[in-house]
Ligand binder design. Sequence first.
Ligand SMILES: [Zn+2]
Ligand SMILES: [Zn+2]
Length: 184
Amino acid sequence: MSKQDHSGKLNLKSLPMGQTQFLKHDLKTKWIEQILVEAQENSTIDPQTQSTIELELEVTRQQAPRLKDYLIIEGKINSTYQLPCVRCLENSILKMDTDFSVCVLDEDLEDDEAFQDLDSYIIGDKEYQLYFTKKRQFNLESCVHEQFFMNVEYLPLHDENCLGLCPECGVNRNLETCKHVTKQ
Ligand SMILES: [Zn+2]
Ligand SMILES: [Zn+2]
């Protein structure tokens, strides 16, 4: 286990060649906590439920003739987060369990026509999302941010049978009945 960098940046050149580094981040890391804060900014958080986010990474620096010096990152995000139900606005507790595979190339290759207009790259038989360094650093923070928000539930329901609010009078139909019938 190496010293853990919490800055949200990975320095391509400072990682040992060919060895896999295992990194773990959770809410104690400021930028990870910030992702959860942003995701839940319109939520009424249930104090009984702990929102969490955990990130696990396997980072390997490699070399290949075509790719030069590059990073392979296998990542996993686990999270419990809370969003308002789209039908009744009640708090919904949601889980995320997502994997991602990333290949980070040096910025010198960014203008190489072999990589232009590519979002992903296949190495072996596996597809990797393609990223480039900036000032020799990989912005892990913005990558994880992207992965998280790509996987956030966009139609959260507090319960799949949620009856929602009455469009006529606004009554929460999960709790009360009213005289309005929704026309089909
Ligand atoms: Zn609901
Ligand atoms: Zn009604």
